[in-house]
Design a protein around this ligand. Structure first.
Ligand code: SF4
Length: 375
């Protein structure tokens, strides 16, 4: 199931913990939209993956664009790519948009929203530099429902300073009571070029407590499963049938094209990424400088990626996929590495998949690196 990702590199304000690519100079939006449309058209001959089944507008904050700008971008996609969308996801913040504005998103074809709740505590939201309040979050489920959306996902961050497991679970209880169909839960992480990292280095705050994060991760796993969610990827929970199609493509190695500054593309063996700089991106599309780079993944790289992404999912590592990349000998070599590792007891062989016990999901990346070819 191939998809398209569009990166909208603007935000109204910088959050303290965020290292995604964005600019707060919103005056640059109109010229960015023109450059984006140019890229979409110029790269259309690269699309060779059948129909486009998923579309994802992420960022940044895609909701800084007007309905007209969004409709224009969609029209360009529609004119140049074989769209047969099963899912069109759009990221926004809880304080974005009135019911009418949300309805206009629905009218242009968006059928799934991804909303950055992050925390129901106003103190946390202040500390994170978010623009919304918990009151925006509490009224959001009603607002999206009234606008006609039945499919949406919300993000929460755990491991916040001064958060106790009870408080964390009370936020999830609220979300479960509101029948929210999908949630992404992320541990607070300290990225290098962020204000949060600066504060921690200056001693204003302690670094996140890993044992607190592990407790909250495991508590959420038990709690949400009891409330009818499937924990289908390390950070993602869905009610049955509400799994994210676009993000699942990434985990299962499907091809995708990404447009906009910092967006990545993958065609099965080549990974390409656009420059994470709005001015360079726009000048590049005018032919003034280079604006993307790429690498061709080796067979080993592709197997390692299948191992790393697979271990993070409920399905596990797809051994057919590994065989498709490196032949039966690649599967045999992987099974041998499993046997020789300290994690044999944490991995279950299940109908062609190698599945990591959920109690170890928090450590999936480290375990994967021990199973890498050449690792
Ligand atoms: S977390 Fe989201 S809203 Fe905040 S700066 Fe990052 S991309 Fe923008």
């Amino acid at each position: 199931m191939a998809g398209i990702y569009i990166h909208i590199p603007f935000c109204r304000k910088a959050c303290t913990y965020c290292d995604f690519h964005f600019s707060t100079r919103l005056v640059g939006i109109p010229s960015f939209v023109e450059a984006l449309k140019k890229e979409i058209i110029a790269r259309a001959p690269e699309w060779k993956f059948g129909v486009v089944e998923t579309l994802y507008f992420g960022g940044g904050t895609p909701s800084v664009l007007s309905a007209k700008q969004l409709a224009d971008i969609y029209q360009v996609l529609h004119n140049h790519y074989p769209l047969a969308l099963k899912e069109w996801t759009f990221e926004l913040n809880p304080d974005d948009g009135t019911e009418d504005q949300l309805r206009s998103l629905r009218d242009i074809g968006i059928d799934r929203l991804s909303v950055g709740f992050q925390s129901l505590r106003d103190d946390d939201l202040d500390w994170m530099g978010r623009t919304h309040r918990s009151a925006h979050i509490r009224s959001f489920p009603q607002k999206v429902k009234a606008a006609g959306f039945t499919n949406y996902t919300v993000d929460f961050i755990y491991g916040m300073p001064g958060m106790f497991v009870d408080e964390w679970l009370s936020q999830l209880q609220w979300a479960a009571d509101e029948n929210i169909p999908h949630m992404s839960l992320y541990a607070l992480t300290v990225e290098q070029k962020t204000l949060l990292n600066h504060w921690i280095r200056k001693g204003r705050f302690a670094a996140p407590d890993e044992s607190q994060q592990a407790d909250e991760f495991l508590a959420a796993d038990v709690f949400l499963e009891k409330h009818g969610f499937q924990h289908y990827e390390v950070s993602n929970y869905a009610k049955p049938g509400m799994e994210a199609l676009h993000n699942s493509n990434y985990w299962y190695g499907e091809p995708y094209m990404g447009f906009g500054p910092s967006a990545h593309s993958f065609d099965g063996s080549q990974r390409r990424w656009n420059v994470a700089n709005n001015a360079k991106y726009m000048r590049g599309l005018d032919g003034e400088n280079d604006w993307f780079d790429y690498e061709v993944l080796s067979v080993e790289d592709r197997i390692n990626e299948a191992v790393m992404l697979g271990l993070r999912t409920q399905k596990g590592i797809d051994l057919n996929r590994v065989a498709g990349i490196g032949g039966d000998q690649a599967v045999e070599a992987l099974m041998k590495r499993v046997e020789e590792s300290d994690h044999q007891g944490d991995l279950i062989f299940d109908e062609g998949f190698l599945v990591l016990d959920r109690g170890n999901w928090l450590y999936a990346d480290g375990i994967a690196s021990e199973l890498f070819c050449g690792g």
